[in-house]
Design a protein around this ligand. Structure first.
Ligand SMILES: Cc1cc2nc3c(=O)[nH]c(=O)nc-3n(C[C@H](O)[C@H](O)[C@H](O)COP(=O)(O)OP(=O)(O)OC[C@H]3O[C@@H](n4cnc5c(N)ncnc54)[C@H](O)[C@@H]3O)c2cc1C
Length: 464
């Protein structure tokens, strides 16, 4: 179908948030209050932090402040791939923390298992399906990338199954596939908005005081108490945790480490049984292709296809703006790629199109820290893989607040910070050259130019 025609009636809002399950907003913070812990941010980072703070010690008084609505940002607009990896994939982990990779992989699987158990414990229905992820190669050079780490996979005992062309097409049938790797248990599909709302309900049930539409404008530390000011009230606490993603940070130093990268997504109408049968997909895995600019796609519980990725856009100046949530050129490109991948679905139209902002850091996986004498902690920089890893990040924040040394706080990954981005306007220049080089590498059998090789050597990168 002509992509423009297929997109003509697509709503310009995130499919997941366009839902009858969306709860009414919690009340604004009005007046002055005190608490033991204030969590800022009502995305996955903040929700997990508030929930687990109460699970660790039910007697503490926890307030959660969200500037807009729970889950409205990256948390409610993502692909819903809830992954075990804490390192933005095996290759990135191997490159940066080889000596602790086995521990990181084990902790990542335990984190995903715990997410699953939490859903049972609080009866959170977010269509959780632990189907795994199918990594597919669509160019010959990508096949080498998929087989590159086989020895390490065997050594770590990971549940990955290599698939040749026919085997991968027996799973999900696209004429573009040349081979694949099925990571069987390290990834689950979720409805991310329903997960966020379920965590919100669980927080409320445990006694967390949740306030939405309560943006924190400033933070004042008098030596023992940190006071957070919102438009209609203040919250003062002994301890503060920031899960504020890529938004203008309350702690200035975070500005150097995260940049906003926009990522775009389409959702189709529900497939008919005949359309689904034409693709196969009976094991319902999430799928990711293996270019530097990659697509991710998956089925929803009513058999729509979510189709996202490829263009990772940094707008010069590095601002977060509502107008950037829509990008028609990217939607058309994504639609063309969808039909090229699945010609059997040529008659399928799109019901929704949207974008969201990713908190990208130069090492692609979250970093952590303390400030104000250890009374304030933060986690940021999940770089497009935070649906599962934010729970681990929340645990790190709570460990840091407790002052205890734990297996998590002793990780080099947790102790080290990423390399900062240069300030603007150099930042924009560096990122745009990197984006151009990445696109070029995909057109040249994966060959990385001098610029990318230099960045690789410095341990610096740009990704969504
Ligand atoms: C299009 C897209 C697709 C993605 N796909 C995947 C995927 O499939 N799998 C995956 O693992 N990850 C994916 N991600 C990334 C994932 O969504 C994020 O890593 C994760 O949601 C980060 O959660 P967070 O709570 O840290 O940040 P956010 O969800 O951004 O939440 C931060 C919250 O803090 C609030 N806030 C900020 N400042 C203040 C303040 N001063 N006062 C009060 N509140 C404040 C904001 O309003 C916001 O609600 C994707 C992201 C996008 C955008």
């Amino acid at each position: 179908m002509d992509p423009l025609k297929a997109l003509a009636d697509a709503e310009r809002r995130p499919y997941w948030l366009d839902s009858p399950f969306r709860p009414d907003p919690a009340p604004r913070l009005a007046g002055d209050t005190t608490a033991d812990l204030v969590v800022v941010g009502g995305g996955f980072s903040g929700l997990w932090t508030a929930l687990m703070a109460k699970e660790r010690d039910p007697s503490i008084d926890v307030v959660l402040l969200e500037g807009r609505r729970i889950g409205w940002a990256a948390t409610g607009r993502n692909g819903g791939f809830c992954m075990a990896t804490l390192t933005h994939g095996l290759a990135n982990g191997l490159e940066r923390w080889p000596e602790e990779l086995d521990r990181l992989e084990r902790m990542g699987v335990a984190n995903l298992d715990e997410i699953e158990r939490t859903l049972w414990r609080y009866r959170i229905d977010c269509s959780f399906e632990r189907t795994g992820e199918l990594h597919v190669a669509t160019e010959p050079w990508q096949l080498d990338g998929l087989s590159e780490h086989q020895e390490l996979i065997d050594e770590l005992g990971l549940d990955y199954v290599p698939l040749d062309r026919d085997q991968v097409r027996a799973q999900v049938d696209s004429p573009t596939y040349l081979g694949g790797l099925w990571e069987r248990s390290g990834c689950a599909m979720v409805d991310p908005a329903r997960l966020a709302w379920g965590l919100r309900d669980a927080c409320l049930r445990l006694g967390v005081r949740v306030h939405e539409r309560s943006p924190v404008r400033s933070l004042r530390d008098d030596g023992t108490t940190i006071t957070l000011r919102t438009p209609y009230g203040t919250a003062a606490a002994r301890q503060v945790a920031l899960g504020t993603g890529v938004f203008p940070p309350l702690l200035r130093r975070l500005r150097h480490f995260v940049v906003p990268v926009y990522d775009y997504v389409l959702m189709t109408e529900p497939l008919t049984p005949a359309q689904l049968a034409a693709v196969g997909w009976s094991n319902r895995q999430g799928v990711g292709d293996s270019g530097n600019q990659f697509h991710y796609y998956r089925l929803t519980d009513d058999n729509r296809v979510l189709w996202g990725g490829y263009d990772a856009v940094y707008y010069n100046g590095g601002l977060v703006r509502q107008e950037y949530d829509q990008r028609d050129a990217t939607f058309v490109k994504l639609a063309e790629h969808f039909y090229a991948t699945f010609p059997q679905l040529a008659n399928v139209r799109f019901s929704h199109r949207w974008g969201g902002v990713i908190d990208t850091c130069s090492r692609f996986s979250a970093f952590y820290g303390r400030a104000h004498g250890g009374r304030l902690v933060y986690a940021a920089g999940f770089t497009g893989m935070g649906v599962g890893a934010t729970r681990f990040g929340a645990n790190v924040m709570l460990d840091l607040l407790s002052g205890e040394r734990t297996e998590r706080t002793e990780l080099r990954m947790v102790k080290e910070k990423p390399i900062p981005f240069p300030p603007e306007p150099v930042r924009s220049g560096v990122i745009q050259v990197t984006r151009w080089s990445i696109a070029r590498a995909d057109r040249s059998q994966g060959r990385r130019n001098l610029w990318l090789r230099a960045l690789d050597r410095m341990g610096l990168g740009f990704d969504s």
